[in-house]
Design a protein around this ligand. Structure first.
Ligand code: NDP
Length: 293
């Protein structure tokens, strides 16, 4: 079993981005600028946004955080989005999900200008990704591809099972794993809560990507000997032994699955850190006008 070490890889990716940013600045170029909008005070979202902002500081990006109360109306949020769409200094921005129930996430995703949509959630970026055109690839799938590539994991012809069909993780991941490129060229099965015989389907996976949001759901009996196991799940579960009162759990029961797997990502220290790298990479691409001229 080999650990897919998100901590080590993300440090590598960030160091590479920092070299580029230093060069841009040394040549008198504009500092890449990422903005984030956070609505309400969901504890997990606050933590994610804080670590995105901290990563920007580490690599020399400019960052802006717009924190709004959970009473913010959809119209008010749309107006902040418009401001960022037109702000020439901002290269890319994200609206942290989930949003309060009175705001439509689809409406919000569609309001972000595609050329600043560094989360890759806008239908234009999703459509371009499906067609294999230059696009912002959503950050979590991007981070997973980067992991597979940097660990030189063979993917062509493999059976990849993705558990979860969400717009932000499962669906784009399944599309990317079947594309005619590396990493990709897999035969892909996408599963969800209505899938029959989920365990048997998972057992046939050479590459198993768990993105269902059910802590420790994937146990050893779901996993084929030697499989590559990518755990996207991040769930806070109550844990009185922790100062915070909770522990972070993945979708995979790590202790029993790890000995059976060929490669596996830990939680924390796996996909989550690579997701931030995806966001930073997209912001750098935006500042270089590499996707949209
Ligand atoms: P969603 O809740 O949007 O989607 C979950 C998906 O899993 C759905 O398609 C659902 O099926 C499916 N599912 C749920 N229960 C089962 C089950 N028992 N059997 C089979 N399929 C099931 O979640 P997200 O995709 O947004 O996130 C998934 C997990 O990944 C969460 O823990 C989240 O916190 C984490 N996450 C981690 C990130 C990272 O950076 N590491 C980034 C984003 C998310 P159906 O469609 O039928 O309801």
């Amino acid at each position: 079993m080999q650990l897919l070490d998100g901590k080590k890889l993300s440090a590598e990716v960030k160091a590479e981005i920092k070299v580029e940013v230093d060069k841009i600045k040394a040549n008198g170029g504009k500092t890449p600028h990422l903005a984030a909008i956070l609505v309400g005070n969901n504890g997990a979202s606050e933590t994610y946004v804080a670590s995105k902002i901290k990563s920007c500081e580490e690599i020399g990006f400019k960052s802006t955080l717009i924190s709004l109360p959970d009473t913010t109306s959809e119209a008010e949020l749309l107006s902040h989005i418009q401001d960022l769409n037109f702000d020439e200094d901002v290269d890319g921005f994200i609206v942290q999900l989930p949003l309060p129930a009175h705001i439509s996430e689809n409406t919000i995703m569609e309001a972000v200008a595609p050329e600043k949509d560094v989360d890759g959630f806008h239908p234009i970026n999703v459509g371009r990704m499906c067609k294999g055109l230059p696009a912002y690839i959503s950050a979590t799938p991007y981070g997973i591809l980067e992991m597979l590539e940097r660990y030189k994991i063979e993917t062509a012809g493999k059976h990849c099972v993705v558990v979860g069909r969400s717009q932000i993780v499962g669906l784009p991941m399944s599309i990317l794993m079947q594309r005619n490129a590396y990493p990709g060229n897999c035969t892909v099965t996408i599963c969800h809560s209505r899938t029959h015989n989920l365990k048997e389907v998972c057992q046939s996976a050479d590459i198993l990507i768990a993105a269902l949001g059910r802590p420790e759901f994937i146990t050893a009996d779901y996993v084929k000997e030697g499989a590559v196991v990518i755990d996207v799940g991040i769930t806070r579960v109550p844990d009185a032994s922790k100062k915070s009162g909770f522990a972070i759990k993945g979708d995979v029961k790590f202790d029993e699955v790890a000995p059976k797997s060929g490669y596996i990502t830990p939680v924390p220290g796996g996909v989550g850190l690579m997701t931030i790298c995806g966001l930073l990479t997209n912001t750098l691409l935006s500042s270089k006008k590499a996707i949209y001229k």
